[in-house]
Design a protein around this ligand. Structure first.
Ligand SMILES: NC(=O)c1ccc[n+]([C@@H]2O[C@H](COP(=O)([O-])OP(=O)(O)OC[C@H]3O[C@@H](n4cnc5c(N)ncnc54)[C@H](O)[C@@H]3O)[C@@H](O)[C@H]2O)c1
Length: 302
């Protein structure tokens, strides 16, 4: 069983701050590096916001988190590094070269990358055997899934240690067998987002109406069962076989839309979403309250 004591969080934006709170809530020492000038305030505010969601005291978590002057300092004593910098190939290539050089030889080097497989940014490294993707969903201190995606030269031992590490944090790691851009979760999300944008563009529904359709049907069902078990149950006594050969065959013939990809089409969609939601305060907190209630109903929170 892999039992790290110190974790370095590189990049403290949306994802890094949430990871930092989760790591601290599991009594790990956390070292954070990010060049943002407001790093201290960002860490303090994130811990104040996330500690109650994690059932922990903010002062206790803050005591476990320290700020590092730079990446090398953050990773010097790390057992695990979780990288959460910009989603740019060049950035990740340079950063992982630094991590391999500066982190202790036993440290696992994990990237939160949403879409870029690690083989794409480790090609020039002599030994990337401990580099792999640990892709969370936002916010990782609440949403359990972590996609664990080894690169072509990642060792089996690193995969095992990553799985043990994420399980020790109460996460649900799923190891994916092949690298593919966007991995599984974001490819599924993109398929739905693409059709959602098309339906709004065609004037069938506006963004808020589309969201109402999803949270009152597919979203609710998918919080309980995934699309395959959902279909198996939806097929009645004949199960998935009945659904796939009857309703399923007409569904497969349904031509799905391709939304416009021009700057004008993107701007129109942005305007429609901003009109629906603007900058109403408290929406993220309300999302997290509901997500925690669902996890609690599934028996998956403390
Ligand atoms: N936002 C999401 O929903 C989400 C979900 C899962 C994974 N991710 C992935 O996580 C990573 C971070 O995404 P985010 O949404 O938190 O981005 P973000 O823009 O909120 O944060 C990125 C942070 O990286 C910092 N940074 C820039 N250069 C740096 C450097 N040299 N060293 C250390 N930090 C540096 C920036 O100052 C910023 O705070 C990306 O790879 C993204 O694809 C994002």
């Amino acid at each position: 069983m892999y039992t790290p004591k110190t974790v370095a969080v590189i990049g403290a934006g949306t994802i890094g701050l949430s990871w930092a709170a989760l790591f601290a809530a599991h009594d790990l020492r956390v070292r954070v590096a990010d060049p943002r000038p407001d790093l201290a305030e960002a860490v303090r505010d994130a811990i104040a916001e996330f500690a109650p969601q994690l059932g922990r005291d903010a002062a206790e978590l803050s005591a476990r988190v320290t700020l590092a002057a730079d990446v090398a300092e953050a990773v010097r004593e790390a057992d695990v590094v979780q990288e959460n910098g910009p989603e740019k190939l060049d950035f990740k290539r340079d950063l992982f070269a630094t991590l391999v050089r500066e982190a202790p030889a036993h440290a696992l080097l994990l990237s939160s990358s949403s879409a870029i497989p690690s083989t794409a940014f480790t090609g020039e490294l002599a030994d990337p055997s401990r580099v792999l993707i640990g892709h969370p969903f936002n916010p990782p201190h609440i949403v359990p899934l972590v996609e664990v995606v080894p690169g072509e030269r990642t060792s089996a031992d690193a995969v095992t240690r990553a799985v043990e590490f994420y399980r020790s944090l109460g996460r649900v790691p799923v190891v994916e067998r092949k690298e593919i851009p966007g991995f599984v979760g974001n490819r599924l999300q993109s398929a739905l987002q693409r059709e959602a944008a098309y339906l709004v563009e065609q004037g069938v529904v506006d963004p808020a109406e589309l969201d109402t359709v999803v949270v009152n049907s597919l979203g609710l069902r998918w919080a309980a069962v995934g699309p395959f078990l959902g279909s198996h149950l939806g097929g009645g006594p004949g199960g998935f076989r009945h659904l796939a050969t009857h309703i399923g065959s007409s569904m497969r013939r349904l031509a799905l839309g391709e939304p416009g990809n021009s700057p004008e089409a993107t701007e129109q969609l942005i305007t429609a979403v901003e009109k629906a939601y603007g900058d109403q305060p408290g929406l993220a907190a309300e999302r997290d309250r509901i997500q925690l209630a669902i996890l609690s109903a599934r028996g998956e929170t403390k």
